[in-house]
Ligand binder design. Structure first.
Ligand SMILES: NCc1[nH]cc(CCC(=O)O)c1CC(=O)O
Ligand SMILES: [Mg+2]
Length: 326
């Protein structure tokens, strides 16, 4: 047979395949989300996220040390608070000496070279379980900004390198930028949750933090999974308001959105490979229905191929361990 073009020639051996490989994932690309809770020597697994734990600060510091030895350089901290600490205003989020602010400070003091990202949204601190301030069953936009501003500045004061506003209120990136600059934190960056969709896949995360909304859902602020164009508007606004990174969330089901933002914006694009995406893979792997390690690698590669430079993923430590064994 004379077949002039034989694409299979580029797949003949592992070495050839490596030569022509276009996308590879590195630990440099990854941010590991971690859950910090009150207490001493606490390491409680999240039932719906096998292999993911809520750590008290002492254990978290050890965990971050281990991850740093594996090459992971960036961590996104989330607080799990006791119900008694929550109120309408999320006031625990800016209270001096609060568990979360102490944790940010301790991580940065012990590991000055790691990147500490923090979460800006009211839900883990809110007695309503919503990302914004609630009045008469409504999530109010402009009133929320004031609380997010206090929260963000407190996190910057504690040592955060990157703030991650995950709340989806309009105008919050510009508001935070101004508050940070006024307080002398012009070096603190903002990774905006630019296109955050109202996904059914956040539930394991809400289990982890016991932060599910007490009423209703998040559809008046998070985006409709059916829509593409509003992601472009959100990105234009975040760019204009001074965001340093644009994030898409979730990742696996939103690869088209990742690609669109990467094609249209020069800022680094991040994607959040969220809790439910992790849990689906873990559950199927535990049942022996899929090869969990291979699906993890394929997932991270696909997110990167779509255009994300940065991936927030609960798989970061496992990925790093597998890389190190190679
Ligand atoms: N501000 C809330 C927040 N910040 C990060 C996540 C989800 C992360 C994940 O599922 O892994 C959520 C959940 C939500 O919007 O309800
Ligand atoms: Mg927005």
């Amino acid at each position: 047979m004379h077949i002039l073009r034989r694409p299979r020639r580029l797949r003949t051996s592992a070495a050839v395949r490596a030569l022509v490989e276009e996308t590879s994932v590195s630990v440099n690309d990854l941010i590991l989300p971690v859950f910090v809770v009150e207490g001493q020597n606490v390491k409680r697994e999240v039932a719906s996220m096998p292999g993911v734990y809520r750590h008290s600060l002492d254990n978290l510091l050890d965990e971050i040390g281990q991850c740093q030895d594996l090459g992971i350089k960036a961590f996104d901290l989330f607080p799990g608070l006791d119900e008694s600490k929550k109120d309408k205003y999320a006031s625990e989020s800016w209270r001096e000496g609060s568990m979360y602010l102490e944790a940010i400070h301790a991580v940065k003091s012990k590991y000055p070279d790691v990147v500490v990202m923090t979460d800006v949204a009211m839900d883990p601190y809110s007695s309503d379980g919503h990302d914004g301030y609630v009045e008469n069953g409504e999530i109010l936009n402009d009133e929320t900004l004031e609380y997010l501003g206090k929260m963000g500045v407190a996190q910057a004061q504690a040592g955060a390198d990157i703030l991650g506003p995950s709340d989806m209120m309009d105008g919050r990136v510009g508001y935070l930028r101004e508050k940070l600059d006024d307080a002398g934190f012009s070096k603190v960056a903002i990774m905006s949750y630019t296109a955050k969709y109202a996904s059914a896949l956040y539930s394991p995360f809400r289990d982890a933090l016991e932060s599910a909304p007490k009423f209703g859902d998040k559809k008046t602020y998070q985006m409709n999974p059916a829509n593409i164009k509003e992601a472009l508007i959100e990105a234009e606004l975040d760019y204009a308001e001074g965001a340093d990174y644009l994030m898409v969330k979730p990742a696996m089901l939103y690869l088209d959105i990742i690609k669109m933002l990467n094609d249209n914006f020069a800022l680094p694009i991040a994607a959040y490979n969220i809790s439910g995406e992790y849990s689906m893979i873990k559950a199927a792997a535990q049942k022996g229905w899929i090869d969990g390690d291979r699906v993890m690698l394929e997932t991270l590669t696909s997110i990167k191929r779509a255009g994300a430079k940065i991936i927030l993923t609960y798989f970061a430590k496992e990925f790093a361990q597998i890389q190190q064994q190679r």
